[in-house]
Every structure is written in C-alpha cells, then in structure tokens.
Ligand binder design. Structure first.
Ligand SMILES: [Fe+2]
Length: 260
C-alpha cells in the first residue's frame, strides 16, 4: 500500500492568505504538484490537521478541490486550528473517517484536538476507540497505522513540546499491548522526525507551508522547504517511509517571534 501524508496546510479563509508571510495556497499547490509527479495514484492521501488556519469553510472548500485533483482517496483529521463540524459540513463525514481498511492494513484516524486550546489530548473516548480498533485488527490479523495531529513524544523544541499529547502515556500503554500496531504518524510540529519505539515507527512530517526550526527552546521559523511524507506499507507489517521536500520560491518571515 502506497500512502502519502500532507499536514498543516494552514489555508486561510480566502486564497492568497499567508502564514508568517508565506502564501499557504501556493505552497500547498507546489507540494501537491511534486507529489503527483512521484505518486500519481496513492492508495490513500492522509491530511493530518491544521488544514485551515482558522477553521473557515472557504479553506476547506479549496482544500477539497486541491486534493480532489491529486486523488479521490484523501482523508482528513482535525488539528488545533481546525473546526471539525465545519470540515464535515464542507467535505462530508466520509472525508473524516475514524478508520480505513487498506489490504492487510488498518489506518486509525484519531482526534487529539482540545477545542480552544493549542495543545492536544486524546481523552477517554478516543483512547477507547483506539483500543477497540486495535482489538478488532488483532482479531482480523491486520496491521495498524495510527494517525493524529499532535506529537505524542517530545520532539526537542521546548515551546512545542508543551503542546504535546497530554495523555500520551495512556496512548502508549494501549499501543504496547498490540504488536500489530506498527506506526504512529502526526503533524503539528512543522518539522520531520523518525524514531523507532520497540518496533513502533514514530513519524512526523513537515508542513506544506512554513517550517519550525528543530532543537529550539523558543519559537523559530526554519528556512527548510515545505514537503510531504510517503509511506509504503508492506504485507508483512513493515513500514518504509521518507520525507520529500519541495523547494518553493515564496517569501516567509524568518524573523517572526510568534505564532498563534
Ligand atoms: Fe500547524
């Protein structure tokens, strides 16, 4: 199974809007153009939150049209900047599935949003959904890739790590009981990371627009290019994955000291 992930598209209410000086429609379109050249027919495209910068319907309408041009099989989950009800109103429930079945793989899409807050938490309902999904997958002999918006582990930027999934200990306690859980995939931190945690792949992915500088205590914009992630899910439960950066000739405010 060939998957691609785009994240943190931060589209404004109207085309031409910017995040930290960067035109987020134009950067997303550049990323999708590059993605389409290398992965013209993915089995699924996962869009892992902060899809709109302020939850505006127009942002989701444009996102839908941009992603429709890449593949009919694109699926969304909300981030802290999103409004799930507006996402569903624009794109329909089927665009925000709780789970996807792809051959011998199951993809679970979790919601780590705490309405009105920047940081993330799964809470009882999402953790119960995760556990039920993993139990069903174990019974059916499926492998599982779990997706969410916020980072469940510290990434090394103090200002961002305050925002990590507050109940990540509970998340990992569930995941550790299920050896078929092979991957954990997220966005939010606008930078790339790949780790292994006892056979569980931990993957996070650059934004399709502005990047945050790794290893910083305080907010800092990076001059790295936007990008996307590809994932090859094997029938034996293996995950190969990598990030593709897409240089864009767009201004970005590298000196900015803040971000909402
Ligand atoms: Fe974001």
């Amino acid at each position: 199974m060939q998957l691609v992930q785009v994240t943190d598209t931060h589209l404004a209410a109207a085309a031409g809007g910017t995040l930290l000086g960067m035109d987020t429609d134009r950067s997303l379109l550049s990323v999708l153009e590059a993605l389409g050249r290398v992965h013209p027919a993915p089995d699924a495209l996962l869009a892992t939150g902060d899809l709109a910068d302020a939850g505006a319907p127009g942002a989701y309408e444009r996102l839908q049209s941009y992603l429709d041009a890449a593949t009919p099989r694109h699926f969304w989950l909300p981030g802290n900047h999103d409004d799930r009800a507006t996402m569903v109103a624009v794109a329909g429930e089927a665009r925000l599935p709780r789970e996807l079945r792809l051959g011998v793989w199951q993809v679970l899409m979790l919601d780590s949003q705490i309405p009105g807050q920047v940081g993330g938490r799964l809470g009882d309902e999402e953790l119960a959904r995760l556990e039920a999904g993993l139990e069903a997958a174990a019974g059916a002999g499926l492998f599982t890739l779990v997706c969410l918006h916020h980072q469940p582990v510290p990434v090394g930027c103090a200002w961002l790590d305050e925002q990590r999934v507050a109940d990540a200990d509970r998340l990992f306690a569930v995941l550790e009981r299920f050896p078929g859980a092979r991957g954990l995939l997220w966005g939010h931190v606008h930078q790339a990371l790949e780790r292994d945690r006892n056979g569980l792949k931990l993957l996070c992915t650059p934004s399709t627009c502005v990047q945050f500088k790794p290893g910083q205590s305080d907010f800092a914009v990076d001059d790295e290019a936007p990008g996307f992630r590809w994932l090859a899910l094997s029938p034996d439960g293996g995950i190969d994955s990598g990030v593709t950066r897409v240089p864009v000739d767009l201004p970005v405010d590298l000196e900015s000291r803040g971000y909402q």
